[in-house]
Design a protein around this ligand. Structure first.
Ligand code: AMP
Ligand code: MG
Length: 421
């Protein structure tokens, strides 16, 4: 009897619950990049999206140069058999080229990165020649052109090096600098509004009161946004469970923000007023997503502003942020190809409870076995309010929609926090 009831219940849930991938797709389809750009110094461009392609003003490398320390020679002086002797006529250092051309039978001592003297086309490794009395003796095993980096072999002048929408990471800043670029045009900063809702939520710093809890969601979200994007955060603090106040707050936030992140009040409890407050303001849908933690989720827009109503539970907030909000923030910020979120397999060190019909994000701690293979254990209790599980853990154990319970020793996919945060 219990079984029958349970399966009926599951069927009902399946009808109005949407899979994670469907929610992700709908959100991305409804998200557009903001317009407007800022010009910023290269040094301040980390985690921003290029608004315009960058074309190289230079050849890279700018000069044909030595790839190793050794001697610059003419290929025509290399012996086919036996040995040859060449006269050392000077030195070329990186930043201090040898000033005159190289004649037949001559060699120039050269350091890595130094431009090749005129006439030279080959660099012999220091270790592969015999040097004595101002001469080098070379064998027959060399090849014309060896150990030479050619001007423009990495990048040609006029070539597009970075395209519009590129999410700028550390090597991109180095690359821009290597071209002599000082400033770049990037999509303007997103304005992201933060709001915690709930009569029980107190700001840290206030006196603790029975029945109340300190706000954690605004702090997790602030960190989560700024770890990946340069954004202007518009912090609206805490709103009580009151439809009129929520409505006023949402209205004001929508005027100032590109995206609103509100937590709490999106389920169907008697103090969940987000829905009521939004009914007249915009087009917002309330979803039950087949995800744990994080089932209730509101998504839509108020005017041009995207609205995310995230669950109140502190772990659910982060799980839904990474699955639904962050991809949308990247797109809104003009990023064409957001960073990958790679998962990899690890062996479960313990039994994991899991019901088919929803994607679960349990928190895990990764380590390697003696053979170097990844294995994972949970952080312990997996309640969606147990925020310490996110701090103790270093990955999500991602259990697929259709999967049932996991036995110890089975393979599971893990998503390391270091890819997200
Ligand atoms: P709700 O979605 O409003 O029903 O909230 C679900 C749970 O999350 C409740 O236990 C809330 O007290 C808790 N919660 C809601 N907002 C926050 C917040 N900003 N910080 C910490 N816990 C919260
Ligand atoms: Mg609440």
């Amino acid at each position: 009897m219990i079984t029958k009831h349970a399966s009926q219940h599951r069927d009902l849930c399946a009808v109005d619950t949407i899979p994670v991938a469907v929610a992700q797709r709908s959100i991305l389809e409804a998200t557009e990049a903001v317009t407007g750009a800022d010009t910023v110094p290269v040094a301040a461009a980390l985690h921003r999206a290029l608004a315009e392609a960058v074309v190289s003003p230079l050849d890279v490398p700018a000069h044909t140069n030595a790839a190793v320390d050794g001697f610059a020679v003419r290929g025509s002086d290399l012996p086919r058999e036996g040995t040859a002797r060449l006269q050392i006529i000077g030195t070329a250092l990186a930043g201090r080229p040898f000033p005159s051309p190289l004649g037949a039978g001559q060699a120039v001592r050269i350091m890595t990165g130094a431009p090749l003297p005129e006439g030279a086309d080959t660099v012999l490794m220091q270790e592969q020649v015999l040097e004595k009395d101002g001469l080098i003796q070379i064998g027959a095993h060399h090849r014309r052109g060896e150990n030479v980096r050619h001007a423009g072999e990495d990048i040609h002048r006029g070539e597009t090096v970075l395209t519009a929408g590129k999410y700028l990471l550390p090597p991109d800043l180095g690359l821009l600098a290597s071209l002599g670029v000082v400033e770049v045009s990037v999509t303007r900063r997103l304005r992201v509004g933060l709001l915690s809702s709930g009569d029980e939520i107190l700001p840290p710093g206030s006196f603790h009161q029975t029945g109340k809890i300190y706000d954690s969601n605004r702090f997790s979200l602030r960190g989560a946004v700024t770890a990946r994007l340069v954004a202007e955060l518009v912090d609206h603090g805490i709103a009580p469970d009151d439809p009129a106040t929520l409505k006023r707050t949402f209205q004001e936030m929508a005027r100032r923000c590109d995206v609103i992140l509100c937590s709490g009040g999106v389920s169907v409890g008697s103090a969940d007023y987000t829905k009521e407050a939004l009914a007249q303001l915009g087009s917002v849908e309330f979803w039950k997503v087949a995800i744990k933690p994080g089932r209730p989720l509101a998504f839509g827009r108020i005017g041009d502003c995207l609205f995310f109503g995230l669950p109140g539970n502190p772990v659910a907030v982060l799980v839904t942020f990474y699955q639904f909000v962050l991809p949308a923030l990247f797109k809104r910020a003009g990023v064409r190809r957001p960073p990958l979120l790679p998962t990899f397999p690890a062996r479960a060190l313990e039994k994991l409870r899991k019901k088919p019909g929803r994607t679960e994000f349990q928190r895990g701690i990764l380590e390697r076995d003696e053979a170097g293979r990844w294995q994972v254990r949970t952080t312990g209790k997996q309640g969606s309010g147990i925020l310490s599980s996110m701090s103790r853990g270093d990955c999500f154990i991602v259990l697929e929609h259709d999967r049932g319970p996991v036995e110890a020793g089975e393979w599971v996919e893990v998503l390391p926090f270091s890819a997200l945060m």
